[in-house]
Structure formats: structure tokens, C-alpha cells
Ligand binder design. Structure first.
Ligand SMILES: [Zn+2]
Length: 267
């Protein structure tokens, strides 16, 4: 059976371990059975690897240093983690999450935190080009800075995608022009998010991915709760409504786009 893919979730998150097998069963009953992870830091990579042993080919490994993790660690700790990442990246399908998150609650309004995030983003871009892995980008309140860095350093041949894209149509164009795909999740399902709905209108289906970012970013139906993997269906339904195609078509195309990006066989 050809199972659909969630392009981005965090099954190694410590908050979800007790409910995970129930979530996977529920998602599978809806036809969703491949889950590309978002990497956070070394401990998370270890937990992803453990999960992959348990759930084998249903889990796509993604190792990287998340801007949150970078913000919470010293530069020397980050550099040490970079060495570890370089030594382990060949075990993963994708490199990420990497990028920039300049929200004041992450940077604590500290310029040096922004500089540290920039350095680690540049180091991971450089690594992506020698390890031949597509990038999973996390970019929040730093679109212009991220684009500048991407242009300066260049992207790997495999390119990658911006996860949980939540910007305008114009910002979407700027990422598409650089060959990146855009992945949308729970925020698209919010009734008041007209800006993102308009952006989705202009993103070709061949450049679009869908994700849950589980357990974060729940759609309205799970507001205030952990976001289960089954909400991928709601994201697909909203994309289908905007693009005037069927939900199945959205799930099929997003799964195909992801598998092509990761160079996985389609079955
Ligand atoms: Zn994530």
C-alpha cells in the first residue's frame, strides 16, 4: 500500500513518547505512514535513530542544529555539535532544521544570539553541499536575512524546503525562485490566516509539501493541545479547498514531491 507522507514532525519529542504509538496507528488508519523528522540537536538525533529501529522505514531521519538549540548553547558547544553532525549526517535523509529564528523570545533581544544563529546556519549550508543532503529550513522573522545568506553561500544540488512556511505570496516567490519547496502545516487551517492562504494559491502543487510539525502548531481543532500526526489530513483538505483539487491529489503530490527530494523510491 502506498502510504502518504508527513513532511515534517517531531516524533522524538519527549512530550509525545507516551502517546506516540496511538498517534501512529491513527495516522496509518487514515493512510499516512511516512514521517520525515525535524532535527533539533544531538540528543534528538539519538532518539530519532532509536525510533527508526522500532518503526524502520516509516521514519525519515533528519539531523541538524535547530535555531532554538543554537540559541540555548554556547558557540563552543555548537561547534562541537557541528563536528558530531558532520560525522553522523550520512545516516540521515535530510539536513535540518537549520536556519534563523529572530523572534525576541528566542534571541532574548541579544545581537550575539543572532550572530551565533547566522554562523551555525552558514556552517550547515556548507556541510549540506559536501554531504549531498537536502535542507530542511526553519526561518521565522528573518526571511530577508536568510535569503541573503542563501544567496551568498548557495544551496546544495538537492535544494530542500522551508518547513512551516507562513509568509506572504511575495516571500513564497522568493524561495521558489531559488529552487526551494515550501511546506505548510496547521497555521494554514486557521480561519484568519488569509495571507498564507493567498500564498498557497500561487505555489504550484509540484513545489508544495504538507506537514504537521507535530506536536507543535496544531490546527484550530487541537488548539491548546499537542498536535497529533493525524491532523495532516486537515492540512491536505485546506490545500485542496484552496487549489480546487481533491484531498487525495494533494496527499499524493506532496508525498511524491517529498520522496523525489529525498531520493526515495516511490512504491
Ligand atoms: Zn519543526
Amino acid at each position: 500500500m502506498n502510504l502518504w507522507a508527513d513532511s515534517h514532525c517531531h516524533m522524538a519529542d519527549l512530550r509525545v513518547q507516551s502517546c506516540l504509538s496511538g498517534w501512529i496507528d491513527k495516522a496509518e488508519s487514515l493512510g499516512i505512514g511516512y514521517f520525515l523528522q525535524g532535527g533539533v540537536g544531538p540528543d534528538d538525533w539519538d532518539r530519532q535513530s532509536e525510533l527508526a529501529k522500532q518503526f524502520n522505514d516509516r521514519i525519515g531521519l533528519c539531523f541538524g542544529l535547530h535555531p532554538y538549540w543554537v540559541a540555548d548553547h554556547s558557540l563552543s558547544e555548537c561547534e562541537e555539535a557541528m563536528d558530531l553532525l558532520a560525522s553522523r549526517i550520512d545516516q540521515a535523509q535530510a539536513l535540518g532544521e537549520t536556519g534563523l529564528d529572530f523572534r525576541p523570545r528566542i534571541t532574548k533581544d541579544d545581537e550575539s544570539c543572532k550572530e551565533k544563529q547566522i554562523s551555525l546556519f552558514e556552517m550547515q549550508l556548507e556541510l549540506s553541499k559536501v554531504c549531498h543532503r537536502p535542507l530542511v529550513l526553519h526561518i521565522v522573522q528573518a526571511h530577508d536575512e536568510a535569503l541573503k545568506i542563501l544567496d551568498l553561500w548557495g544551496l546544495p544540488l538537492q535544494k530542500g524546503f522551508v518547513h512551516s512556511f507562513n509568509g506572504s505570496a511575495q516571500k513564497a516567490e522568493e524561495f521558489l525562485e531559488r529552487g526551494l519547496l515550501l511546506s505548510v502545516g496547521g497555521p494554514l487551517v486557521r480561519a484568519d490566516n488569509q495571507r498564507l492562504k493567498q500564498a498557497v494559491q500561487i505555489i504550484p502543487l509540484e513545489k508544495l509539501l504538507i506537514e504537521t510539525d507535530s506536536p507543535d502548531q496544531p490546527p484550530e481543532s487541537f488548539q491548546g493541545q499537542l498536535n497529533p500526526l493525524s491532523t495532516l489530513k486537515e492540512v491536505a483538505e485546506e490545500v485542496a479547498r484552496i487549489k480546487k483539487v481533491s484531498t487525495t491529489e494533494v496527499l499524493d503530490i506532496s508525498t511524491r514531491n517529498l520522496k523525489q527530494l529525498l531520493n526515495l523510491k516511490e512504491n
